[in-house]
Design a protein around this ligand. Sequence first.
Ligand SMILES: [Zn+2]
Length: 152
Amino acid sequence: MGIFNCASGNSIWRGLDYYKGKKVVSYRKLDDFRYEGKVNGSHEKVYHVLLDTKHPRRSKCDCPHADGRRVVCKHMVALYFTVFPDEVDRFLKEVEEESIEYANYEKELYQKTMKHIKKMSKSELQAALIHIFDIGPEWIYDDFVRSYVEFR
Ligand SMILES: [Zn+2]
């Protein structure tokens, strides 16, 4: 089900908060993939949500964020998690796996970069350093001057 591909990260996390806060007042199943529900919003407003799990962008909500637009809002996400509570763990596990994957990628890239730096010649390293001073923020140059030039 592609609801997470259609929703912004913000809507997903806020929707999860709404689910945990039991903001979904009631819902009913309309057919195999559509649900209708009432979700408590901020300022004691109740929003009417039509959740289409097959075509998430056809979902509807009368909140200011989603009304008249083809976006997935936090109320739709809250309703989705209420109808499919098992999806909460699956979603959180997926996020965790992605962040582990990303951390591994960053670690690998760092090791690759260090290996490459050790192979660079003196003139290549000098050119790279000057390039960093040219494009980097001022503090990098200032820090270099303080650490390696002024007090030597
Ligand atoms: Zn909404």
